[in-house]
Design a protein around this ligand. Structure first.
Ligand code: PEP
Ligand code: MN
Length: 339
């Protein structure tokens, strides 16, 4: 991969000097875009709610002094209007709380009509791919769009502030091919100690870049203090990242990868043939149950099937949660084919 796009800067703009000092520390690290939140949607009222419009001129100064592009979060039409009017912001992003609300996304889309400013859309708080896709659909036709994966509110105890559920982000990449797709390790990890490993994971999975929170004095930050890095800490992480290329022309590499891919294609074909056989049998069962006036689903039978499938999966060294998801989908399709 070429150098990943890195967007970095404080969770919140707090003062002109904090914004400029942070930007001056980030510029030499190769950070392309400076981020700072002006309006902060906090979980609890009464926290620091952001400096608002007055921070726009600080962003303009960052661009003028460092040449970095500037980015901020918009949570409604008013924010979009003042950002566009000021000319101080090059890139907008929509935060997780806002993506969760189609009303707000719609009003933002309307405020953006006829402009071509790039907009990144963070995932919604819940792992709902359709809500995320719907937000991108509402914004289609507006400038250029990108995605940011910042993890999902954990459903149980989790080592992460926000659960990465990488498979959802990977599926979204296939739904929106060609759109720049970044990962925000700061909001996934919730702790500066995790930012390095999560950034590496994002690059290993082929994401296009990172959005990382950095602050000139992280422990004094007015929001998200635990997860922000000083510019020098961020520099260490960025220089330790191993980049993987998307592809290679090397003949030996090509020979091995092509033969492995041929094996995978062959296995996929067998899997499809087995699924077709399974579907035929399942339809026959459906007809037979109908003739005898028997209900389509017998919960006890399905529990037995799942239990024995999971036992076999364990013996074969397959991950239980993946196998459970695959068989749940197969079962759902089978029930549909009997209706
Ligand atoms: C942020 O980027 O500071 C922010 C509020 O992020 P999120 O919308 O991912 O919670
Ligand atoms: Mn933050």
């Amino acid at each position: 991969m070429d150098r990943p796009l890195v967007i970095a800067g404080p969770c919140s703009a707090e003062s002109e000097s904090q914004v400029l000092e942070t930007a001056r520390g980030l510029k030499p690290l190769g950070v392309g875009v400076f981020r700072a939140g002006l309006w902060k949607p906090r979980t609890h009222p009464g926290g620091f709610e952001g400096v608002g419009e007055k921070g726009l001129s600080w962003l303009a100064r960052v661009r003028e002094e460092t040449g970095m592009k500037t980015a901020t979060e918009v949570a409604g039409a008013k924010h979009v209007e003042v950002c566009l009017e000021s000319g101080a912001v090059d890139i907008l992003w929509i935060g997780a709380r806002t993506t969760s609300s189609p009303f707000l996304v719609q009003e933002i889309a309307e405020a953006l009509q006829g402009t071509n400013i790039p907009v990144f859309v963070k995932n919604p708080l819940s792992p709902d791919m359709d809500l995320w896709s719907g937000a991108l659909e509402r914004l289609s036709g507006v400038g250029s769009l990108g995605l940011i994966h910042r993890g999902f509110t954990p459903s149980g105890s989790s080592p992460w502030r926000n659960d990465p559920l990488w498979r959802i982000a990977i599926e979204m990449r296939t739904r929106f091919p060609g759109m720049p797709f970044l990962v925000d390790p700061s909001h996934i990890g919730g702790d500066r100690r995790f930012v390095g490993e999560l950034s590496q994971k994002a690059l290993d999975l082929g994401f296009d870049g990172l959005m990382i929170e950095a602050h000139c004095n992280p422990s004094e930050a007015l929001s998200d203090a635990a997860q922000q890095l000083s510019p020098s800490q961020l520099g260490e992480i960025l220089s330790s990242l191993r980049l993987r290329r998307q592809d290679s022309d090397d003949a030996a590499y090509r020979e091995v990868i092509d033969s492995l891919r041929a094996r995978i294609d062959d296995i996929d074909e067998s899997l499809l043939a087995l699924l077709a056989d399974r579907q035929a049998v399942s339809r026959e069962i459906g007809r037979y149950k109908k003739e005898h006036g028997i209900a389509i689903v017998q919960a006890a039978r399905w529990d037995e099937v799942m239990t024995s499938v999971l036992e076999r999966a364990e013996a074969l060294g397959l991950p239980a949660d993946t196998v459970r998801r695959i068989f749940t989908a197969i079962h759902a399709a089978s029930v549909r084919s009997q209706e």
